[in-house]
Design a protein around this ligand. Structure first.
Ligand code: SF4
Length: 226
């Protein structure tokens, strides 16, 4: 039976409906009552829509220091499905993992995104600081740009934002790199959601996850580093 989750936000007048198995007929019935849907990360409404007004348009970065910038596909706000609470989401561009059946292949190439300075990203996140409970970084694959990711993470944590990172790599894979940069990123991560997407395990995957093999790992460095 199809599992359908309704996330209500009475203060914002918004409802998020999540289901990986609802038929087009059910989705149509729901949209009759609630209106047309809006895409959130790999969650897509049945009917294609224009780009969300909560997304930010960025210019290509002209900074001289490449690590001060990161390839991002987009930033969107008010997500209730990419970690606890209501979140601003930085979606990076570029993914070396290429899971079979990935729902967001448009994020696989860096060329599909833009190199944006961390200063510009932080300023966009700060602008919405009263409207979110934290920031999520997902992809694409965030750990494919470790130097830039570290700078971004440091700056977000300096502002006190709760930080969720999604990675297609498991925490064990990341620690096996024996990279000080990766370890420092993990040390600042409040919640890591790890593991590749497996389409055959997408049924009832659990909150915030695309497939049930993925894990919610709070404070990953303290849990896993010996
Ligand atoms: S890691 Fe994420 S973006 Fe990359 S292929 Fe897998 S699901 Fe898609």
């Amino acid at each position: 039976m199809a599992e359908i989750v309704f996330i209500l936000e009475p203060d914002a007048g918004r409802v998020t409906v999540e289901s990986s198995q609802a038929s087009a007929k059910i989705a149509k019935e729901i949209s009759k009552d609630l209106g047309q849907g809006m895409g959130v990360n790999c969650a897509r409404p049945i009917v294609e829509i224009e780009k969300s007004s909560s997304e930010t348009d960025f210019q290509q970065s002209e900074t001289n220091s490449p690590n001060e910038s990161i390839y991002i596909y987009r930033i969107y706000h008010h997500s209730t499905v990419d970690g606890p609470g209501r979140r601003s989401v930085i979606q990076v561009a570029g993914c070396s993992i290429l899971c079979a059946g990935c729902y967001i292949p448009e994020t696989h190439l860096r060329a599909n995104g833009r190199l944006v300075s961390t200063t510009e990203i932080i300023s966009d996140i700060d602008e919405k600081s009263g409207e979110h409970d934290g920031v999520t970084i997902l992809g694409g694959e965030p750990f494919d740009q470790p130097e830039s990711l570290e700078i971004l993470v440091k700056r977000l944590k300096a502002k006190g934002y709760h930080l969720v990172i999604y990675s297609g790599y498991t925490v064990e894979n990341l620690l096996e790199r024996e990279s000080e940069i990766v370890n420092r990123i993990l040390a600042k991560t409040d919640l890591l959601i790890d593991g590749a997407f497996v389409r055959g395990l997408s049924l009832n995957a659990g909150e915030y996850r695309g497939s049930s093999n993925q894990r919610l790992i709070y404070y990953p460095i303290t849990r896993h580093k010996k």
